[in-house]
Design a binder for this molecule. Structure first.
Ligand code: AMP
Length: 241
């Protein structure tokens, strides 16, 4: 099979609606979750947020949740022996067959290498696909304000920011009226640990995927609609490549 026949086949399948794996890279607070929700809705593929899966386990008091909870509270990274089986199980679910958006994974070069191996045997719409990697970049000061101001609705998941996108009625959801909540790890003392572990462990992934020619960088400090438009354009562009 020639290279061009491989790329023609990939194009066809992506055009038919199998976007394959999409990785959103970015510091905590860069807007990965917000963008992931939009891409998920646009393509009808799941948003796989490892942070959300862990938080559900913590809330349910599972064994995994009990082990992850103290690490998350300190802003550290949960170990690969807990993370990798959890991610593998999620990515093998039937709703991942056409693709998925990874939000918060991989977070280390080791996790990226594991994912590469995993993708060697995975197919999307029957075809093997490498990931589209989008790095959402935001300055340190902006991240701090976004994280300390972040609140979310526990019922419908809508995200607010008390500084930039406040709810109309003080700390209550505009849609359903529920009292908004702050993530435990969005407290100031934990935030600096999370940003440090991001710089040390996750930032090297920009280089890792850059060298593979997979990385698309975008300025995440612009209004959210502009960032969304560019994110979708990148995914569309990759789909047609
Ligand atoms: P997030 O919602 O992505 O900010 O994740 C919240 C917390 O969950 C992180 O601070 C880590 O403690 C943990 N976590 C999420 N994803 C990973 C991952 N890929 N590897 C290790 N720990 C993770």
């Amino acid at each position: 099979m020639t290279d061009s026949s491989v790329s023609t086949k990939t194009t066809t399948v992506r055009e038919l609606g199998a976007p394959g794996p999409i990785i959103l890279l970015g510091a905590p607070g860069a807007g990965k979750g917000t963008q992931a929700m939009t891409i998920a809705a646009r393509y009808g593929i799941p948003q796989v947020s490892t942070g959300d899966i862990l938080r559900i386990n913590v809330a349910r008091g599972t064994e995994l949740g009990k082990k992850a909870d103290p690490i998350m509270k300190q802003g550290g990274l949960v170990s690969d022996d807990l993370m990798l089986p959890m991610v593998q199980e999620r990515l093998k679910q039937p709703d991942c067959r056409r693709g998925y958006i990874l939000d918060g994974f991989p977070r280390t070069v080791g996790q990226a290498q594991w994912l590469e191996k995993f993708l060697e045997t995975a197919t999307f719409g029957g075809v093997r696909m490498g990931p589209v990697v989008i790095s959402i970049e935001v300055s340190y000061n902006q991240l701090l304000q976004r994280l300390t101001g972040r609140r979310s609705c526990p019922v419908d998941g809508k995200i607010y920011n008390v500084y930039f996108q406040p709810p109309q009625n003080n700390e209550h959801c505009d849609i359903c009226g529920s009292q908004l909540v702050q993530r435990k790890d969005d407290k100031e003392e934990v935030i600096s640990e999370r940003l440090k572990s991001y710089e040390r462990m996750t930032l090297p992934l920009v280089d890792y995927y850059g060298k593979q020619g997979r990385l698309r960088r975008l300025n995440g400090e612009r209004p959210v609609d502009e960032v969304t438009a560019e994110t979708l354009a990148i995914v569309e562009g990759a789909a047609a490549a």
